[in-house]
Design a protein around this ligand. Structure first.
Ligand code: SF4
Length: 212
């Protein structure tokens, strides 16, 4: 059973009895999750998340939810890992953080200036073959923010996969302000909303290798 296709949604009614194929058939996973959530660090983090969700429900945009979360968690030093293509957005968000009395350290994806060839990227795999291109370096972004001992890190527009490496190496917890989607104005959900209109057919064929 895919929860995404479930019509019963017993869990949402607080009914803990699973039915065949429902993951709640085996309670052990959920018992373990509660045990972990009750651990001191997780509990405060979790309870604050719940409060923020309610306090600004339908009123606060995500940028302000992040700021409020930082304040309620008593975070003072905030890391920003951003894509060069979203430098302007990063600067605006940093302005909001500073206005809220928070200190900020920002790390751009290109920092380090390392040519793509150093990481085995072939010339024909570059955005503009024949030109000098430097890598996005999410590991360097994480190491830099780790060195600055940031309390909480915010991702702004890191590429798919680069963001995963940043999550992997960041010592501070991470949230995403902007998920990059150059095609859709950084609104990835739009692809899903328009997918049934046929708008995605051609690019899907390309991704699936079905185009001649
Ligand atoms: S946990 Fe069970 S009841 Fe809840 S959505 Fe998934 S399949 Fe449905």
């Amino acid at each position: 059973m895919e929860c995404a296709y479930c019509k019963l949604l017993l869990c949402d009614q607080g009914i803990q009895e699973g039915f065949p194929g429902c993951p709640m058939e085996d309670r052990s996973l959920f018992d373990e999750s509660v045990r972990l959530l009750m651990e001191e660090d997780n509990l405060r983090f979790f309870q604050t998340s719940c409060r923020i969700e309610e306090e600004g429900y339908l009123r606060w945009p995500r940028a302000l939810e992040i700021i409020q979360f930082c304040k309620e968690m008593n975070y003072t030093n905030i890391g920003i890992a951003f894509c060069l293509g979203l430098k302007r957005e990063a600067a605006i968000f940093i302005g909001l953080l500073k206005r809220s009395g928070l200190a900020v350290v920002s790390a751009v994806c290109k920092s380090g200036g390392i040519p793509k060839e150093c990481l085995g990227i072939k010339d024909e795999e570059k955005t503009n073959p024949g030109s000098m291109e430097v890598i996005c370096n999410p590991v360097a972004q994480a190491l830099r923010l780790n060195r600055e001992k940031t309390d909480f890190n915010v991702v702004i527009g890191l590429c798919v996969g680069h963001d995963s490496l940043f999550f992997k190496y960041s010592e501070a917890p991470v949230t995403t302000l902007i998920a990059k989607d150059r095609r859709l104005g950084h609104n990835p959900a739009a692809a899903l909303y328009i997918s049934e209109s046929g708008y995605l057919d051609e690019p899907m064929q390309e991704v699936l290798g079905e185009r001649a």
